[in-house]
Ligand binder design. Structure first.
Ligand SMILES: [Zn+2]
Length: 601
């Protein structure tokens, strides 16, 4: 740990990408020539195969899929290069134009290839399965199976066309109206403020400021509440109708298929988390003591618990993260070293650079790139470990090829959260005192509450409104508030007071209207990673090879099959509880640290 100021962190300033491998050193001009080649090959592809997929034997399917992979590599290289150039400097009109051109041409190429998926999906099940038995098709088999999964729920072609055309003025229009309504919300605070700014006041250390911000937000929610409730009602029914026409057995079925998550595993997750809400309540009770109040109110949940922030310089963080990954596994450590040695990382914040952090898998024939906005805070080391986890996963899975390198959302956080948790343990051990430990633990526990507990509570609310719309008809605006309050009170128990005003706070969440059933995936991904980590804690060294093998499988298998590779069963609530045990242990530690630091009476 050092206390150098972020501005002095010269070491981080020099950490920039080398994007040349994506374009073979050809620069921006190479983007156009790669897309030209892809366009030409896509046209040839359509000439060679359109209208013929039904007659394919395994050899021809393999040949076609290999050509598709090659085209997709070209588009992916060009698109990744343009996207990364833009991320590094969004203010340069040239990078914006490059990205726009790459996206437009990419979409045009995709359109030319669309027939393949449609014809493939139209094949009878037994014929498709027979073809996929061929060993030479391993590089594409799972992808082709997944693309057929919605098959039984597809309508006839003319019906699909009608649905697609009317969606623009139906579901999409309603969803956009909701967003516009939310974007227009004005909060009566300092005269009038936007919603984002008002919400950020809830992090204030001053309780009066938090309370008045919350009251003002509730006030700001009032004017369009009936309209937003009506939009939500309409979208609930729109979904019920489409689910009925497509023969989905329940409101979440389509989403689960999309996530490659079985109904059983989602049920096991939700059941496990709801059964352990006491973890979140214990934290809120501790937080009340730290903040010096009898009991938290809903507007206190985000208040920051520590005033100071520990710092760390780039070389220290680099050595820490590298050493952490190396001590876990030399295979993984070697991959991580390449990110540092071969300029796969772009670290410093710069004017015009995109905010946040990510790891872009790009294409299997090149390598992933990690973007950070390194500010020299200790928590940045955890972000570095997190993104490198994604990067390692993507790099190890590159051998699976373009169809199977990436995983569905539900397992995409496995390696990132795993690596972050490893590094977190190191940071905790190195913390100089109890106050420093407490701030680290607080951040981690609140992260788990936000991604696991809160998302499951939101999911419970969604489940209630979808079910009620289907059985009882349109919901009165107040009913949304009641069901929202119920789902939140179930989570908080007696640990947080849910104010009357908080009842309308369901009404600005885009996910509910734009992506029904989406929110549980956050909990699924995070807790899956923590539970797999717990497996490592229990098993030790012998766990490592199977874990590396699982990462190397990328998205070539369904999540539950990937789980089996490391000996876990995603349909068993006990599996999910293992990750929750880990959060509970952090809570025990936080309680001890709070007492030791004199943060509580
Ligand atoms: Zn992530």
């Amino acid at each position: 740990m050092t206390t150098s100021s972020p501005e002095q962190d010269q070491d981080a300033a020099a950490v920039e990408w080398d994007l040349a491998p994506l374009v073979d050193g050809g620069g921006d001009q190479a983007v156009a020539s790669m897309l030209e080649e892809a366009e030409r090959r896509a046209a040839d592809f359509a000439r060679a195969y359109a209208g013929q997929v039904a007659e394919f034997d395994a050899d021809r399917l393999r040949e076609a899929a290999a050509e598709l992979a090659a085209i997709s590599e070209l588009v992916g290289r060009a698109g990744s290069y343009a996207m990364l150039r833009f991320s590094a400097n969004t203010e340069d009109p040239a990078t914006g134009a490059l990205l726009q051109a790459a996206q437009e041409r990419g979409a045009a190429i995709e359109t030319k290839l669309l027939f393949f998926d449609l014809e493939w999906q139209a094949l009878p099940d037994d014929r498709a399965e027979e073809l996929l038995q061929d060993e030479g098709l391993e590089f594409v088999a799972h992808h082709l199976r997944v693309s057929r999964r919605l098959g039984p729920h597809r309508l006839s072609e003319p019906e699909e066309r009608v649905v697609t055309e009317f969606r623009v003025t139906g579901r999409s229009a309603w969803s956009r109206l909701f967003e516009e309504q939310v974007a227009a919300i004005q909060v009566p605070l300092d005269g009038s403020t936007g919603l984002e700014e008002a919400l950020s006041r809830l992090f204030s250390a001053d309780r009066d400021e938090r309370r008045s911000a919350a009251e003002a937000i509730t006030e700001g929610f009032r004017p369009g509440l009936r309209t937003r409730a009506y939009i939500f009602n309409t979208l609930l029914q729109d979904k019920a109708t489409e689910d009925r026409l497509r023969g989905f057995p329940h409101w979440l079925a389509a989403r689960n298929i999309d996530n490659e998550a079985s109904d059983e595993s989602v049920e096991a997750l939700v059941q496990a988390v709801r059964g352990r809400y006491e973890i979140a309540r214990r934290w809120y009770r501790l937080k009340a003591r730290i903040l010096g109040v009898d009991k938290l109110a809903d507007y206190d949940r985000n208040a920051s618990v520590s005033a100071t922030e520990d710092l760390m310089d780039w070389p220290t963080a680099r050595d820490l993260v590298l050493d952490t990954y190396r001590s876990f596994s030399s295979t993984v450590g070697d991959v991580v070293a390449r990110f540092f040695d071969e300029r796969w990382i772009d670290a410093p914040p710069r004017p015009g650079k995109r905010s946040g952090a990510f790891s872009a898998s790009t294409v299997p024939s090149v390598h992933p790139y990690v973007m950070l906005n390194w500010t020299g805070k200790r928590r940045d080391a955890l972000v570095l470990a997190h993104e490198l986890g994604h990067g390692v996963h993507q790099a190890l899975a590159a051998d699976r090829g373009v169809f199977h390198q990436n995983t569905p959302l539900t397992v995409a956080e496995t390696a990132s959260v795993f690596g972050e948790t490893l590094t977190f343990g190191r940071l905790l051990d190195q913390s100089p005192d109890a106050a420093s430990r407490l701030s680290l633990l607080a951040e981690s526990i609140e992260g788990s509450i936000a991604t696991v507990f809160r998302q499951v509570a939101m999911h419970t609310f969604e489940d209630a409104v979808h079910s009620e719309r289907r059985t009882c008809g349109e919901l009165p605006p107040d009913r949304f508030g009641e069901l929202w309050a119920q789902s939140q009170e179930e989570l908080f128990g007696d640990s947080v007071e849910v104010t009357e005003g908080y009842r309308s706070w369901w009404s600005y969440v885009h996910h509910f209207t734009s992506a029904p059933g989406y929110v549980y995936a956050y909990a699924y991904g995070q807790l899956l990673a923590l539970s797999v980590y717990q497996r490592y804690v229990d098993e030790g060294e012998s766990f490592v090879p199977s874990y590396v093998e699982m990462l190397s499988a990328g998205g070539s298998l369904a999540p539950e099959e990937l789980g089996r590779m490391v000996g876990v069963d995603l349909t068993d609530p006990g599996f999910w509880n293992a990750g929750l045990d880990l959060v509970e242990r952090q809570l025990d530690e936080a309680e001890r640290a709070a007492v030791e630091a004199g943060a509580v009476a």
